[in-house]
Write a protein that binds this ligand. Sequence first.
Ligand SMILES: [Fe+2]
Length: 202
Amino acid sequence: MLEDPLPNVVTHMFAQPFTVSLLGSMLVHDYETHRHLLGVGVLAVRLAATAGLTRDGALALGQAALFHDIGKLHIDAALLSAARPLDEREWYVMREHSEIGERMLRARGAANLARIVRGHHERIDGSGYPDGLRGSAIPWPTRLLAVADAYDCLRAGRPYAPPVEHHAALERLDAARHLFDTDAVEALVTTLEPREATTAIS
Ligand SMILES: [Fe+2]
């Protein structure tokens, strides 16, 4: 039986004292990143429920997801919304956002969230950043966040890439087994298919 309905966890996601200031700042800085943070935050909690995380684990994952790109506050908004492929130097600047976000959260006393945020661009084959971690060296909540993040990016599109339809997005993630954890992708499919969806944290 359910101990804590999903909406309750989502409500507590926003309880960090710095939530309003950081998300408010992002709303002003770059609207699409603000939308993305909210979307991935809620999706991550739903994913956590499907994946069987505890309530505290789901809450931490949801909060980390809510701030996973917060480091982009320190990246030029014109670069964030550039409607063209980025060059090498621009990608270098862009990739710094996960470590900037980690530092921002550590400075606010949220080391548990900072760890998850640092790793959200790590990939199963070691091709991610900032640490090039492989497979199970990437913590499970971080692997879940990576999948939720990638799904939202595909669905929304990027300034230089069109949006991808729901089933096509799931197929792309499923095909990218070298990048994303197979179990995490499976949990996402289960979460987003209505007949399979779980609605609560145990
Ligand atoms: Fe990111």
